[in-house]
Design a protein around this ligand. Structure first.
Ligand code: DQA
Length: 156
């Protein structure tokens, strides 16, 4: 079994109605449903169970706690920290402190947008960053994190 926590930060609860030209028409619930399907297919192909946990919060400190809990439990993290990506040293510290295996995702291509979105304060402490593919960013991250968790657990 591998456990993956999909953590979403501020304003991502409004997906579907929030700037659809930038973020697409899918809601967060649609993205969750897709990921459940992907997890089933990936798990079947790899002969493992992939246990997904979803959370969204608009509160920075709550994201810190979610990251800590996932990291300490040994779960992989797919993190879309929203605007906190660009500002939150607390999120960065949480990833490091909990020794979390995390992937940073974004729906939009942050590098093709405003200058202030070009810098991520968490990118240096995650395993990798996937951005610009809409909901597919999460699918790609799921595939990557499952591989990384299997690799990690094989060496334990
Ligand atoms: C985002 C990009 C961030 O810059 C923005 O603040 C978001 C969403 C994305 O998924 O594209 O809230 O993380």
């Amino acid at each position: 079994m591998v456990a993956v926590h999909i953590l979403n930060g501020p304003n991502l609860n409004l997906l579907g109605r929030r700037e659809p030209g930038v973020y697409g028409h899918l809601t967060l619930a649609d993205i969750e449903a897709r990921l459940h399907q992907r997890a089933k297919a990936l798990g079947k192909a790899a002969g493992i169970t992939i246990d997904l946990t979803f959370a969204q919060t608009n509160v920075e400190g709550e994201l810190v706690t979610l990251i800590q809990n996932a990291g300490i439990a040994g779960a992989g993290i797919i993190l879309n920290a929203g605007a906190y990506t660009h500002t939150s040293i607390a999120l960065r510290d949480a990833i490091v402190s909990a020794e979390a295996l995390a992937i940073e995702v974004h729906l939009s291509n942050v590098h093709a947008r405003e200058q202030f979105r070009h810098h991520s304060v968490i990118a240096a402490v995650v395993r990798g960053v996937i951005c610009g593919f809409g909901a597919i960013s999460y699918d790609l991250a799921l595939e990557a994190i499952v591989n990384l968790l299997q690799e990690r657990d094989a060496h334990r």
